[in-house]
Every structure is written in structure tokens, then in C-alpha cells.
Design a protein around this ligand. Structure first.
Ligand code: SF4
Length: 494
């Protein structure tokens, strides 16, 4: 009999290694690797989510009649060896994993792989699309996905008369005091308690509180809630940030997609159906579907296309260790403390907090890109190498020198002020670049442009900003203030 090895981010009966299998022709292997669990200082809610979801999926397969060999082992290799010794399978089969290193490891361990079906565009297909292109423009890929998959298409034309409604989705935060739908939570049970009890001491962050679904059934309930309550208001303020609003109308579905609890087609089908029924406006439906079939699949494709070289890129030569505030959460910068509070409490921050606040600060201060990747990978419930390398190295830190983004996502305090309500209560002033009240983002923005001048010169998308930097009369004072800010950040005093 064959063994199907189900990895911890493939928790679905639809995975290609399992979809045609029956209890009569396959036994299941699942391995909790202590080496993997101890490999980073993970957020408690992330570890709880993955381990609990694995155990619930194992129970589901047992209920369906499968024999499940669920092992807690020192490593994947040790768990597989022990399984082979006990069961002597004809073959061990796994669906292609999510990470490059795991694919190599499966090969070394003699595991047969089946083609991944967890994405709508397999990475080999993506490589075919990318072949011969000078630039891999996400929008071009997205339109191809729309045409191929048929989402939001009226014949050959895009529904609503446009491919992209992003311009409608960049509204600043609303000033009407509106409230956003509360995320759905699940009651914790005995299994949750058992997993929480055994979490390693190294894990950080709040205890799991039921906000993250740990079964497919609960993930499907979250999807229904999103379509009914969140999507109708999702779009216009998706790039805005508000104090005390950690989820703010974001769908919070990424962990389920990344663990296989939900498949991308069923999520997009649900959004399309709601749009067609007139329950969700086109800008919201399009923005949401673009995130799934566009950005998410683009990130997945670029990860495989550029690995393994991509994980070491550092084109700006950034060499600052990750400032202590990322792990302590303690800072006078209101925008940063709000984003880090969300991370600490929920293992999550929405995409604009990740990019405009946490990533932007790492970019402006010159944090070693790989240290930022490690921190984000370990700290977020939806973290994974394939997610973090393109998003952090490419989009956030410009460490690939423009392979992914056409210019660094660098922003001063004014932009954060426009898109949030943080600055009013902050110790600093977003418009000031020098002096003790100067916003660290604003000071560091100008300092960043000057520090990286030789690399950024020639980037026509930055020409206006670079020439504005040239015209600054107080650049010497900016430099002094930047040095002071960086020293205080290094010392954990800001
Ligand atoms: Fe952040 Fe600067 Fe605004 Fe303070 S003033 S919240 S540090 S952008």
C-alpha cells in the first residue's frame, strides 16, 4: 500500500496526492517536526493554528476511513524513517510542497511528488508566461488570469467596464466613525487547550483566542461571513489605517488559503457569485479577486522563478540589525506601535500596515533584508517563505534592485498621515524633518534617498523625489537628525 504524506500546509481533501485516493489504497502520514517548530521564534497563534489544523485534518481523514499515522518526531526525516520502518509502504507520495527547500528535501528523502493544485497557475505555467518578458508586470499577469479563469468577465470584456478599480479603493480612512464587522471567532475546545499547553516557551504573542479557524468547516464559515458582511464594504478603504482597528474590513482569509483549508477557486467563486447577485459592488469584488488570482499567484510564481538565488538578494547593501522595537513592540511612533500591537495580539497586520509602516521603516533604516523576512515569516499567522521573500525582499525592501517593484516603497510621515488617523496622537509631527519633534519616517525618507543616491539615480520614477532632495536647504540637519534617530532605534530608545 502507498503512503500519502500530507504536509502541514496542504490540509484539504482536494490536494492532488489525495483527491483520487481511498482508504483501501493509501495510508496517510502526517508529521509534526520539532525541528521545524523550534526553527524560529514563532507567534503562539501561528503555531497553534498550524498544529491544531493538522490534528483536526488528521481526525477528519480518520473519520473518512483512512488509517492515519500522525507522528510527533524530532524532524521530518526521523518521522518518515520511523513510518517506513513500521509500515514498509510501496511508495511515499506527497503533493509538491510550498517551499523550495522542502521540495529539495522530499527529493533527498525519496518521496514521489504529484503536481501542486493549490494555485490556479502552476509555477511552471507562470515561468512560461514570464519567459522572454523584460518586466513581469503584475497587471499583465492578472489580466491573463482573468481571461483564462473567466472571473468577472462578460464575454471577452471585463465586468463593470474596467479591468482594475484600484483608483476607487484608495480612500483615506472614513471620518464618520463607522464600525467594521467584528471578525468571527470560534470557541476553543479540548484539542486547542492541549496544543496551547504544549507550545514552546520561545513562542511569543497573545494566547490563541479563537479568531483563527483551525478546521475547514470553520474556515468555510469565515468565508461566508466575509462574503456577506465584509466584502460589501471591503474596497474603498483597503489602503487606510485606523487606531484600534486591526482588521478593518480586511478579509483575514490568507492563513486558510496558505494552509490549504480553503482553495483559491472556491473563494473567488463566492465573491463572483455575490457580485452577480448584486450584493457586492464591482470595485470590492474586483479588488478582492485581484488579490487572489493576481497578486497572490504572481508572488507564488515569482518565488519559484527566482529561487534559490532570490533569498540572498541585498542590492541596497542594507546592513542594520533588526531594531529591537520589532520584537519588544515598544516605541513612541504611534503608527509603528499600532501595527506591532496587532502583530502581538493577533499574529496579523493588514497589508498596508505591513508595507507602509513595518516594511517602510525597515527600508528607510536599512535593515538587513533577510532579518526582516525571518521576523515577518515567524510573526504572522499567514507567514511562509514563498509569501515573504517576494513581498518583503521585492515589494517592501527593494532588496532585489527592482526585479519586482519599479521603485522602492519609501514614504515619509505625510503619506502615513494621509492614510491613517495615527499622527494626531503621536509624539512626533509628520511634516517636520528636523528637530526633536520631527517624524522619524519623514527624516529617514530624505536620508534614505541621499544614502542610496548612487543606486537610485537613473530610476525615472524617482526623478522628482531625488530632485526635491537636491533642493533641500537643511540636508545637513536632516542627516544629523537621521543619525540620532537611527542610534536611538538601535538602542531600543525610540
Ligand atoms: Fe508615524 Fe510619524 Fe505619524 Fe508618528 S508622526 S504616527 S511616527 S508617521
Amino acid at each position: 500500500m502507498d503512503t500519502v504524506w500530507v504536509l502541514g500546509d496542504q490540509l484539504n481533501r482536494r490536494i492532488s496526492s489525495l483527491e483520487d485516493r481511498t482508504p483501501d489504497d493509501a495510508r496517510i502520514l502526517m508529521i509534526e517536526s520539532a525541528a521545524k517548530i523550534g526553527s524560529k521564534r514563532y507567534h503562539r497563534q501561528r503555531l497553534h493554528l498550524v498544529i491544531t489544523a493538522m490534528r483536526r485534518f488528521a481526525a477528519e481523514l480518520e473519520d473518512a476511513g483512512f488509517e492515519v499515522d500522525y507522528r510527533e518526531a524530532p524532524s521530518f526525516a526521523a518521522g518518515l524513517d520511523a513510518h517506513r520502518a513500521d509500515h514498509n509502504p510501496d511508495d511515499v507520495i506527497a503533493m509538491e510542497p510550498m517551499s523550495y527547500s522542502m521540495l529539495e528535501r522530499l527529493g533527498d528523502l525519496g518521496v514521489t511528488t504529484t503536481r501542486s493544485n493549490q494555485f490556479l497557475c502552476h509555477y511552471e505555467e507562470f515561468a512560461g508566461w514570464a519567459d522572454g518578458r523584460n518586466r513581469l508586470v503584475m497587471e499583465d499577469f492578472y489580466r491573463r488570469q482573468r481571461e483564462k479563469l473567466g472571473y468577472l468577465m462578460d464575454g471577452d470584456e471585463p465586468a463593470g467596464g474596467a479591468w482594475n478599480f484600484d483608483k476607487d479603493n484608495r480612500e483615506p480612512p472614513p471620518k464618520d466613525g463607522r464600525s467594521w464587522p467584528e471578525p468571527v471567532t470560534s470557541r476553543l475546545d479540548e484539542l486547542d487547550a492541549e496544543v496551547i499547553e504544549a507550545l514552546p516557551d520561545s513562542a511569543f504573542g497573545w494566547e490563541p483566542d479563537g479568531v483563527w479557524a483551525t478546521s475547514r468547516r470553520a474556515a468555510l464559515a469565515r468565508l461566508r461571513h466575509v462574503v456577506d458582511e465584509v466584502l460589501p464594504i471591503f474596497g474603498p478603504h483597503e489602503d487606510a489605517m485606523l487606531s484600534g482597528e486591526w482588521s478593518m474590513g480586511h478579509t483575514l482569509l490568507s492563513p486558510y488559503l496558505n494552509l490549504g483549508l480553503l482553495y483559491p477557486d472556491e473563494v473567488c467563486d463566492a465573491a463572483e457569485e455575490a457580485y452577480r447577485a448584486g450584493r457586492v459592488p464591482i470595485a470590492s469584488a474586483e479588488g478582492f479577486i485581484r488579490q487572489i488570482i493576481g497578486w497572490r499567484e504572481y508572488v507564488w510564481g515569482t518565488y519559484w522563478l527566482w529561487m534559490p538565488e532570490y533569498r540572498t538578494v541585498n542590492q541596497l547593501g542594507a546592513d542594520r540589525p533588526l531594531p529591537p522595537l520589532y520584537t519588544s513592540g515598544s516605541t513612541d511612533m504611534r503608527c509603528v506601535s499600532e501595527a506591532l500591537r496587532a502583530v502581538h495580539e493577533h499574529g496579523y497586520a493588514h497589508h498596508i500596515q505591513r508595507l507602509m509602516v513595518l516594511g517602510n521603516l525597515a527600508l528607510l533604516t536599512g535593515v538587513v533584508p533577510q532579518q526582516m523576512v525571518e521576523w515577518m515569516w515567524a510573526s504572522f499567522v499567514d507567514g511562509a517563505e514563498w509569501v515573504m521573500l517576494p513581498n518583503v525582499l521585492g515589494m517592501g525592501l527593494y532588496a532585489d534592485g527592482g526585479q519586482m517593484a519599479t521603485k522602492p516603497y519609501a514614504a515619509g510621515g505625510n503619506y502615513i498621515n494621509k492614510m491613517s488617523d495615527y499622527c494626531g496622537d503621536c509624539a512626533f509631527h509628520p511634516k517636520k524633518r528636523v528637530g526633536s519633534e520631527a517624524c522619524p519616517f519623514t527624516t529617514l525618507y530624505w536620508d534614505f534617498l541621499e544614502r542610496n543616491r548612487s543606486t537610485l539615480d537613473g530610476n525615472h520614477r524617482l526623478a522628482r523625489q531625488l530632485s526635491a532632495a537636491d533642493r533641500l536647504q537643511d540636508m545637513g540637519d536632516v542627516r544629523d537628525r537621521a543619525a540620532e534617530v537611527l542610534e536611538r532605534l538601535d538602542g531600543g530608545e525610540l
